[in-house]
Design a protein around this ligand. Structure first.
Ligand code: CA
Length: 242
């Protein structure tokens, strides 16, 4: 798994150097962009396997870049890890909501940073594999109430309307519906969707669930599919239960 291409969008010279040196030492090819616009344009070439994205950048900030990368076909599913300073708590959550896969808080340990890059790439590769095996796993279409999930095309519809979900939101919804009637713990969801070696917090699951709920709710806010089981996790009611 060498020669994977990393784009680091980061304006601080010493962090650029830290990322480049250590990732190259671990077999990655690293390109650096030092301002937001340049980084966005470089990322949109679609030639990177993963993007490390600083939050505070000259030109365009990391959240806006993240939003634009998720809106573009070429980078819709490319793993994005946000780099944030300790004080930027609010933005960290927003970053996940905008579709970043993970975040690393500066200052970070090199070992942790490399582990997270590897974990994000592995999850992405697993997703591709799942995608390729979808047919073998009992057909690509799941229907649940007014929701239809096409596991092959990675599409979710509510009635006739196509929903725009991030990869993680897609996986969460699919897993809850495939296991309808069962309570899935936050740890289990983290484990299955983010990977056993994910170093983040269970709060990550809550953030993604909250965003997912916003996208799948009825216009009047009713008919919530995902139930919170306080202190435990989440479940989708078995179809027929109400
Ligand atoms: Ca910065």
């Amino acid at each position: 798994m060498t020669n994977q291409r990393v784009l680091a969008i980061e304006d601080e010279l010493h962090i650029q150097e830290l990322l480049k040196y250590n990732l190259e030492k671990n077999g990655f090819q690293v390109s650096v962009a030092e301002n937001g616009l340049e980084g966005l344009n470089e990322a949109l070439t679609g030639k990177y396997d993963i993007i490390l994205l600083d939050l505070m950048l000259p030109g365009m900030d990391g959240l806006e870049i993240c939003r634009r990368l998720r809106a573009d076909k070429r980078t819709k599913k490319t793993p994005i890890i946000m780099l944030t300073a300790k004080s930027e708590e609010f933005d960290k959550v927003l970053g996940l909501e905008l579709g970043a896969d993970d975040y690393i808080t500066k200052p970070f340990s090199v070992k942790e940073m490399v582990a997270r890059v590897r974990a994000a790439l592995r999850r992405y590769e697993d997703d591709i594999e799942v995608h390729e095996n979808a047919e073998a796993q009992g057909g690509p279409i799941i229907s649940y109430r007014d929701i239809t999930i096409d596991k092959e095309k990675y599409e979710v519809r509510k009635g006739d309307e196509k929903l725009s979900l991030t990869l993680k939101e897609f996986e969460l919804l699919k897993m809850l519906i495939e296991n309808q009637g069962k309570v899935l713990t936050r740890d289990l969801l983290l484990d299955k969707i983010w990977g056993y070696d994910y170093l983040g917090e269970t709060r990550t699951v809550d953030v993604h669930i909250r965003h997912l709920r916003q996208k799948i709710k009825d216009e009047d806010g009713s008919n919530q599919i995902i139930e919170t089981i306080r202190g435990v996790g989440y479940k989708a009611a078995a179809e027929g239960d109400k």
